[in-house]
Ligand binder design. Structure first.
Ligand code: COA
Length: 205
């Protein structure tokens, strides 16, 4: 059994250490980090996954951004500890966080990553959405949580600066206490061999 919970301040050092382990040095120099600087995370959607010994095995974070003035969720970083990759834990965090996002009322999600991996969660290339350079346009992927939410939403991805939206996020969080709850989940692959190694997706963020 694993537990998935919203990330707390106490989790933060472990989450940062996991990201440092899973990503190349200098990860915060990526252009996508410029969209996050000084912007609060979407706290209800930043999740950690721990094993029965309380070991942190995976984490996912989300930030608010804007495209064509519309609110968009920027998914990432997501990381699974190298010893646990390829066991379905990334999929668990993707599905749970996206379900929470839908219930919170978010309409559209954006990420920069491998289409062959993220396609399984419904993501596809966003032809007319432009991340800050240098970003390979083939890796700019989107998902509609509400049908049609990406239709006509085009242009550069902008940092969220509107205090109104950030206040709105806080209000949504207060009104959705149920989402703050932890959930327990079974291992996604009961037949997993402990020695099986990762097939890690090559992704940005
Ligand atoms: C990417 C990552 C989060 C995926 O999590 P995970 O728990 O290892 O992945 P899952 O077990 O849910 O999924 C594994 C499946 O994805 C497939 N997969 C992995 N990488 C893939 C890729 N680049 N392209 C296509 N499929 C890929 C595997 O082949 C496997 O397929 P299967 O289900 O048919 O066997 C994890 O590997 C990781 O942390 N990687 C390093 C950090 C990183 O790149 N993070 C993403 C940045 S936003």
């Amino acid at each position: 059994m694993f537990e998935i919970c919203p990330e707390t301040a106490a989790d933060e050092p472990e989450v940062e250490a996991l990201y440092d382990l899973c990503f190349a040095p200098g990860r915060t120099a990526l252009s996508s980090y410029r969209l996050r600087e000084g912007v609060p995370r979407v706290a209800d959607l930043c999740l950690v996954l721990r094993d029965p010994s309380d070991i942190l095995l995976a984490a996912i974070r989300f930030w608010p951004v804007r495209v064509a003035r519309r609110p968009v969720l920027l998914l990432g970083p997501i990381a699974v500890h190298p010893t646990a990759q390829g066991e379905g834990l990334g999929g668990l965090l993707m599905r749970d966080s996206l379900a929470r996002a839908r219930r919170l009322g978010w309409g559209r999600v954006l990420l920069v990553g491998d289409a062959p991996y993220y396609g399984r969660f419904g993501f596809s290339r966003l032809d007319h959405v432009v991340m800050p350079p240098p970003t390979n346009p083939d890796r700019v992927l989107g998902l509609e949580l509400r049908p049609g939410a990406w239709v006509g939403v085009e242009g550069p991805v902008m940092r969220e600066t509107s205090p109104g939206v950030l206040e709105g996020m806080a209000e949504m969080s207060r009104g959705a206490n149920v989402l703050s709850a932890c959930i327990t989940v079974d291992h996604p692959r009961e037949d997993i061999d402990g020695d099986q190694s990762a097939a890690g997706a090559s992704t940005d963020q």
